[in-house]
Design a protein around this ligand. Structure first.
Ligand SMILES: NC(=O)c1ccc[n+]([C@@H]2O[C@H](COP(=O)([O-])OP(=O)(O)OC[C@H]3O[C@@H](n4cnc5c(N)ncnc54)[C@H](O)[C@@H]3O)[C@@H](O)[C@H]2O)c1
Ligand SMILES: O=C(O)CC[C@@H](O)C(=O)O
Length: 409
């Protein structure tokens, strides 16, 4: 059972993967002075050692926070994913340890949508190939296989934040938008829902993927789906590398069944900028290869830094867990002159009554209380008239199923 009741100056933030300095500035402004910012991802023993005394960790898409890694982070209160995807974190394992996970669901949405739109224009014109040929001293002046985006059909798979933003931008260029999602979605503008993924693949000139990494999206675009695409169509993947099978894609480009592709995410990505990028797509002129930078713009990264830091600060300062992606969501307004206690526990019957009994036996009156549960975990924020004594706190920590207690103020 982890117990935290710390002065802000003792709370350690570990920020990896070159998170934008806006996060550091926000944390400093909120009074957190122990902020370590590292440029790259960590793994193995080094990651475990760094996590040993961290209360908060910030990562992007590369650092893998598995159940095994989290087992080496006894003090960890929350994780900030300074990005949209949270597939690099074992969310259930984090929750079971009482660790809340926050992300930035919208800060890089526009950046990804803009990149996909630009790639659609370039690929429909065959520009990557013409550019590559010119760099080799050739001259490919021809209109053959070059098309305007106007009037072309864009098929968007996954009509969430990025997919729907892309839909609006693409329509403003005169594209017709068709989308496929597993959930019923409001079609924006003149977009139309396809009857099925197969229907979309058969009708789209450009297919762009915007689904999260899930067991159900793993290799959802393989040889059969690529074969089902229109001859001369274009495939764009800026979602996750496990969504598209690369070998059939490379083969479809070589055979000219597909006219081009843009791929930003790969089944295996280099661990750092110093490692070699290996892919069967290398050397194919009409394939735009980008190093997982769909959301990497100065605007997006600065906004992500501010957004996720704010969520971590809120959770650290007053226990508010709203917008957590894996954790019970609680927001209890501050009560003047009261003392706040947080209790995270396994979601089993009787925990709350035991907490309240201990408080009552120690003559501590409850001013306000808010409990939420999510799957296997319960989280209660309690405002007390008197600060919980060490004896009461010790007893609260001994309630069976307790994962973590924190006294905030
Ligand atoms: N390349 C990058 O740098 C970059 C940047 C940001 C996000 N991403 C990736 O893009 C993904 C999408 O981001 P978002 O903000 O739009 O997420 P989102 O959650 O808003 O939207 C995802 C959509 O996909 C749908 N979906 C889920 N499973 C599906 C399936 N099997 N078939 C069809 N639709 C399905 C969901 O219902 C949802 O509408 C993220 O999860 C992340 O992995 C990549
Ligand atoms: O910043 C990154 O590492 C990529 C993030 C991107 O894939 C996301 O999920 O937001």
């Amino acid at each position: 059972m982890a117990k935290t009741s710390l002065d802000k100056s003792k709370i350690k933030f570990l920020l990896l993967e070159g998170i934008h300095s806006s996060a550091v500035d926000a944390l400093h402004a909120a009074g957190y002075t122990q902020v370590e910012l590292l440029p790259g991802a960590l793994e193995g023993q080094e990651l475990r050692a760094r996590l040993a005394d961290a209360h908060f960790v910030g990562i992007r898409s590369r650092t893998q926070l598995t159940a095994e890694v989290l087992a080496h982070a006894p003090k960890l209160v929350a994780i900030g994913a300074f990005c949209i995807g949270t597939n690099q974190i074992d969310l259930a394992a984090a929750r079971a340890r009482g660790i809340a996970v926050f992300n930035a669901p919208y800060s890089n949405t526009r950046s990804v949508a803009e990149l996909v739109l630009a790639q659609s224009i370039l690929l429909l014109r065959g520009i990557p190939e013409k550019n590559a040929v010119a760099h080799r001293g050739g001259w490919l002046k021809s209109a053959e296989g070059a098309f305007e985006t106007r009037g072309k059909t864009l098929g968007i798979v996954g009509y969430g934040a990025i997919g729907s933003q892309l839909s609006v931008l693409a329509e403003s260029l005169g594209m017709q938008v068709l989308f496929h999602d597993v959930v019923a979605k409001l079609p924006l503008g003149n977009a139309r829902q396809a009857a099925s993924l197969q229907d979309l693949l058969a009708r789209a000139d450009v297919v762009s993927l915007h689904v999260p990494e899930l067991p159900s999206t793993q290799w959802m675009i393989g040889a059969a789906e690529i074969a089902a695409m229109k001859p001369g169509a274009i495939l764009i993947n800026a979602s996750r590398g496990t969504v598209v099978e690369i070998d059939p894609l490379a083969e479809a480009i070589r055979s000219k069944h597909l006219a081009g592709a843009a791929v930003d995410v790969f089944p295996k990505e280099p661990k750092s900028n110093k490692d070699e990028f290996v892919s069967p797509l290398r050397g194919l002129d009409n394939v735009i290869l980008t190093p997982h930078i769909g959301g990497s713009t100065m605007e997006a990264q600065a906004n992500i830094g501010i957004e996720v830091a704010a969520k971590l600060i809120r959770y650290s300062d007053n226990g508010t867990s709203t917008t957590a992606v894996n954790f019970p969501e609680v927001a209890l307004p501050a009560h003047e002159g009261k003392h706040r206690l947080l209790h995270v526990h396994q979601n089993v019957p009787g925990v709350l009554s035991q907490i309240n009994r201990i408080l009552s036996e120690n003559d501590i009156n409850i001013a306000a209380q808010y409990l939420q549960t999510r799957e296997d975990v319960g989280y209660v924020v309690i405002d007390l008239d008197a600060r919980s004594s060490d004896v009461a706190l010790e007893k609260l920590g001994q309630v069976p199923g307790t994962l973590r207690t924190r006294v905030l103020f």
